[in-house]
Design a protein around this ligand. Structure first.
Ligand SMILES: *[C@@H]1O[C@H](CO)[C@@H](O)[C@H](O)[C@H]1NC(C)=O
Ligand SMILES: *[C@@H]1O[C@H](CO)[C@@H](O)[C@H](O)[C@H]1NC(C)=O
Ligand SMILES: *[C@@H]1O[C@H](CO)[C@@H](O)[C@H](O)[C@H]1NC(C)=O
Ligand SMILES: *[C@@H]1O[C@H](CO)[C@@H](O)[C@H](O)[C@H]1NC(C)=O
Ligand SMILES: *[C@@H]1O[C@H](CO)[C@@H](O)[C@H](O)[C@H]1NC(C)=O
Ligand SMILES: *[C@@H]1O[C@H](CO)[C@@H](O)[C@H](O)[C@H]1NC(C)=O
Ligand SMILES: *[C@@H]1O[C@H](CO)[C@@H](O)[C@H](O)[C@H]1NC(C)=O
Ligand SMILES: *[C@@H]1O[C@H](CO)[C@@H](O)[C@H](O)[C@H]1NC(C)=O
Ligand SMILES: *[C@@H]1O[C@H](CO)[C@@H](O)[C@H](O)[C@H]1NC(C)=O
Length: 895
């Protein structure tokens, strides 16, 4: 995922530190003694022991060291004592040095050294030599990012004068000695920088005794246990990072005004509790990052309430990063006093009220403004134009706009433009095509009233566009053709017509293609097979006809294909077996004429198979091996012409239907990272299914949804007992067939069943009283069979109406008006059944779902003014999910 910003900043920080130390290197007087021969010799020997990596562009200070110019005090990177002439500082950071180093190195003869900086070189996995103990005058030691590995030797503890110790970014271990020994022995430390060193211990509370500490960087050190709160109160502490230590717990105490804290990141730890309001006391704070901690607000991991008032005190703010919380109320006017603000990210909260776009005009540095998906009304003065700052990211989704904002005409650096969910109507004006022609990567204009592109030919002008999201508009005419860079293309739910042009096949990066719910027609072009990166192909609800072409080849990446509701005919193409990643195949509502495609059973990931309302015929037969359809969750063969017995052999091997797994509340989806800027797009698979008697358009499918619909075919024979093995079933529909025999008792073991339809068959006998134990059963239909005897009473059965039982002349008891003769009073279920099965009928399941629904999302990112952030949005990731009809669900993630 590339470098995260914090890492980049950390590196900048390192450079800044080394820069500062260079600047502070004093001026030397002309009377300074020459350097000592032995030290000069030692330095040259050290030079000899190493190689300069010529393929780096960095200038190597060491290359200026020459035996002829004997005054080593004038050499690059070296500083001598004014009085004694001894070398006291050696700075060879970023000098392209390559080679091994051990205790024999002449370096350790420089015993007067106070500062040693070898950072950003490559010491070829050397251990830190124990010879370092000879440098007993060292106050500053920086070996960061220089290829040292192995154990940090205990000899380091002998450097008792150390003020700054930086061993970060090396594959080092700090075990024996550990952090405790460091805190006990190196009591003068001001800077302790060990990020990415393997420490694997708790943080000793004695660290809070080191009152000189200004900087503690312990990112990604595998720390665990409780963080000593006293460390926050260290009087000189300015920078603290314990980021990316997931096992580290702790809480943040109140801060008082004397705190000098500037930089605080607790991201990726298990800190919990409340972030204290007294953060507003931290006048110097410029960076605060607490994402993915367990901080509660009102007991949830989301910020609620108005935008915290203390934010306005943080006038150094450069970034305000609050997406996906539950912030409500208006955007405070004080936002416009945060003059340094560059990034204002308020995506997906509950903010409301009217806000003048003009109020952002004062924020000259603002280049990322995202107000999308709140309940805001954005008022844009139409005369507002060129005087606006240049934006990279503009999110104005759901901002109550009814026109394209005129000021966009002059925006030539946009990478992201979101105008979705507004009331913008009519043609997309011609000038939009000149908008940020070369820079635009993401264009989202879904859920408006747009009718088409004004004077733009089908080929769209944005040369680097990767995401085009135009769903849910009123677009007419032919399909617009995005550039070859396109990755996500959705025009679903419009009125587009005509054929799919061959030009589509040139879009070689296309991963998500959604043309569903339009009026597109013609054959599918054979060249669609050229789209080798396609994950999603959704052509549902159009007018396509002809055979489904043989476009599936070795290496096919398809995860989801829906051709539902078209006019395809012929047989299913066998080449679909090349699509070994296929999870959902929906061919429903076409004119396919074929036998049951048992060969699809070899697709290892196939989870949803919908073949309803076609011309499938013949009997299903037996699976060839027991490993067919290993992950199948949903099968819908309804409304075909299938004959023979119910496929009980398949019921025995559909393993995924036999195990209820609710370990994660997830939806079936495909997730892909956008190469260009790291936004994550994910597509949640939609599905149409008849459930509880209603045709339902599922906008997303829960991972554990399990259903069988074999209704309206010509199945005959009995309902096999093994159907009771399919423990995870939510829905079973066998209605409208020619089934005979009894309702099997084993149905009572389907404890998750919510919907059971056995209507319109020729079933006989009683309704098993055990069925009353199906706690979740909310829909039952056994009408129009030849059932007899009393209807079971109690529990869920109290909720069913007459029409569940109609058409069985011999049935009696509530809710039917026919009374049972007293001898056939409704039996209660046998008690042994309850004893065996009772414990499974708890509501625990429901609670689990609720508990897991909450995500964790809180981050306030605040960066300092002096550090220049590249004007790019590349460092963050949006997590999008797009589907019908609810549209996107968004989370933010960083990797
Ligand atoms: C030399 O520098 C190049 C470019 O930075 C780097 O890729 C390579 O790994 C370096 N070689 C060694 C041995 O450090
Ligand atoms: C780097 O380490 C490897 C393995 O220990 C060794 O073979 C190689 O000679 C070393 N290179 C240098 C320049 O010391
Ligand atoms: C140091 O040098 C001596 C003599 O040259 C050699 O025997 C010894 O192995 C060296 N030590 C290391 C750690 O290389
Ligand atoms: C650390 O500080 C605490 C409280 O100030 C004190 O009780 C303790 O003795 C100190 N520990 C050491 C080893 O100095
Ligand atoms: C602020 O905290 C410091 C360190 O904990 C403490 O020494 C000082 O007395 C506190 N000041 C106030 C005003 O509470
Ligand atoms: C914000 O600053 C004002 C003025 O300096 C101060 O009165 C107020 O207490 C501060 N608010 C917080 C929460 O620190
Ligand atoms: C949006 O805000 C308006 C007032 O500005 C309010 O009437 C409406 O209920 C809000 N809608 C939602 C969904 O919060
Ligand atoms: C869909 O397209 C066909 C021609 O392919 C046309 O006859 C029909 O009227 C169109 N339907 C709608 C609703 O636009
Ligand atoms: C079962 O399928 C039939 C037709 O195939 C449908 O009419 C009925 O509503 C379905 N039952 C349920 C419970 O969805």
């Amino acid at each position: 995922m590339g470098l995260s910003l914090s890492f980049v900043m950390f590196m900048q920080f390192l450079f800044l530190l080394s820069l500062l130390s260079l600047v502070s290197a004093g001026s030397f007087s002309s009377t300074q003694p020459l350097c000592h021969d032995d030290e000069s010799f030692a330095l040259l020997q050290f030079k000899e022991s190493l190689i300069i990596n010529q393929s780096t562009s960095a200038y190597s200070k060491i290359s200026s060291w020459m035996a002829q110019s004997s005054d080593c005090c004038t050499w690059d990177g070296i500083q001598c004592d004014e009085n004694t002439g001894h070398v006291i500082s050696l700075d060879l950071s970023n000098s392209s040095l390559y080679g091994s180093i051990n205790s024999n190195s002449s370096l350790f003869q420089l015993v007067h050294l106070q500062k040693l900086n070898l950072s950003i070189n490559n010491f070829n996995h050397s251990e830190i030599p124990i010879g370092v103990r000879q440098l007993s005058k060292l106050t500053h030691l920086d070996l960061s990012c220089s290829g040292f590995s192995g154990k940090i030797p205990s000899e380091i503890l002998q450097l008792s004068k150390l003020v700054s110790l930086n061993l970060a970014l090396n594959p080092l271990k700090l075990h024996k000695p550990g952090l405790r020994s460091i805190a006990e022995k190196l009591t003068n430390l001001e800077e302790l920088i060990l990020s990415e060193v393997d420490i694997s211990s708790t943080i000793p509370s004695i660290l809070a005794n080191l009152s000189s500490l200004t900087t503690i960087f312990l990112r990604d050190c595998d720390l665990h246990g409780e963080f000593p709160t006293g460390i926050f109160q260290l009087p000189n502490l300015k920078s603290l990072s314990v980021r990316s230590n997931p096992k580290l717990t702790g809480w943040v105490p109140e801060f008082n005004r004397s705190s000098r804290l500037e930089y605080l990141t607790l991201r990726g730890t298990s800190f919990s509790g409340k972030l204290p309001d007294s953060i507003g006391n931290l006048k110097s704070l410029y960076y605060l990052d607490a994402k993915s901690c367990n901080f509660s607000v009102l007991g949830r991991n989301e910020l609620t309430g108005p935008i915290p008032s203390w934010l306005a005190n943080l006038t150094q703010l450069i970034t305000l990063w609050l997406p996906n919380n539950k912030l409500c109320g208006p955007i405070p006017t004080s936002i416009s006093s945060l003059l340094n603000l560059q990034i204002l990210e308020l995506y997906s909260n509950n903010l409301s009220g009217t806000i003048e776009f003009d109020s952002f005009r004062k924020l000259n540095n603002l280049f990322h403004l995202d107000l999308s998906f709140n309940n805001l009304s954005l008022v844009i003065d139409p005369s507002t134009n060129s005087t606006f700052q240049t934006f990279n990211v503009l999110g104005m989704g759901s901002c109550n706009l009814s026109n394209f904002p005129e000021f966009l005409r002059n925006q030539d650096q946009l990478e992201v433009l979101v105008l979705s969910r507004n009331k913008i109507h009519g043609q997309i004006p011609k000038w939009i095509s000149n908008l940020s022609k070369d820079t635009l990567v993401i264009l989202e204009m879904s859920d408006n009233l747009l009718t088409g592109f004004d004077q733009i030919s089908d080929a769209l002008p944005w040369t680097n566009l990767q995401v085009l999201y135009l769903s849910n508009n009123k677009l007419k005419g032919s399909l617009p053709i995005p550039p070859p860079s396109i990755f996500y293309y959705s025009v679903s739910n419009n009125m587009l017509s005509g054929n799919i042009s061959q030009m589509i096949c040139k879009l070689s990066s296309l991963s998500y293609l959604d043309f569903s719910y339009n009026n597109l027609s013609g054959f599918l072009p054979q060249c669609l097979g050229d789209l080798r990166n396609l994950y999603i192909l959704n052509l549902q609800n159009n007018n396509f006809h002809g055979r489904i072409p043989q476009i599936f080849m070795e290496g096919c990446k398809l995860r989801m294909m829906s051709l539902n509701q078209n006019r395809f005919q012929g047989a299913l193409p066998r080449s679909l077996t090349s699509c070994t990643m296929l999870e959902i195949l929906d061919i429903g509502n076409n004119y396919i004429s074929d036998i049951f495609p048992s060969w699809l059973g070899i697709l290892p990931e196939l989870r949803v198979l919908i073949l309803q309302s076609n011309g499938f015929h013949g009997s299903i037969g037996k699976p060839e091996t027991n490993s067919r359809f290993p992950k199948l969750h949903v099968i819908d063969l309804s409304n075909n012409y299938i004959t023979g017995k119910l496929p009980y052999e398949y019921f025995q091997i559909w393993k995924a239907m036999q195990i209820l797994d609710v370990s994660g509340l997830a939806y079936m989806q495909t997730t892909q990272v956008l190469q260009r800027n790291g936004w994550v797009y994910s597509y949640r698979y939609p599905m149409i299914l008849t459930n509880k008697g209603i045709k339902i358009k599922y906008s997303r499918i829960q991972d554990f949804f399990v259903a069988i619909d074999l209704s309206s075919n010509n199945f005959e024979g009995e309902i096999p007992k093994v159907v009771g093995n399919l423990n995870a079933l939510y829905m079973l529909n066998l209605s409208n067939n020619f089934l005979t025999g009894f309702i099997p008792l084993s149905l009572a073991t389907l404890t998750n069943l919510e919907s059971l339809d056995l209507s319109q068959n020729m079933l006989v006998g009683e309704i098993p009283p055990q069925l009353v134990e199906l706690t979740f059963l909310t829909f039952l239909n056994v009408s129009y069979n030849n059932l007899t005897g009393p209807i079971p009473q109690g529990k869920q059965f109290l909720t069913f109406q007459n029409n569940s039982f109609d058409g069985n002349v011999e049935l009696c008891g509530n809710p039917l008006s026919k009374r049972c003769a007293s001898s056939e009073d409704s039996p209660t279920p046998p008690s042994n059944f309850e004893a065996n099965q009772g414990s499974e009928f708890s509501f625990e399941f429901g609670w689990k779902v609720v508990a897991m629904g909450y995500g964790c999302g809180f981050i306030v990112g605040v960066f300092v003014g002096q550090i220049i952030i590249k004007r790019k949005s590349s460092w963050f990731i949006k997590f999008f999910a797009i589907g019908h009809p609810t549209g996107r669900r968004v989370k933010w993630r960083r990797h």
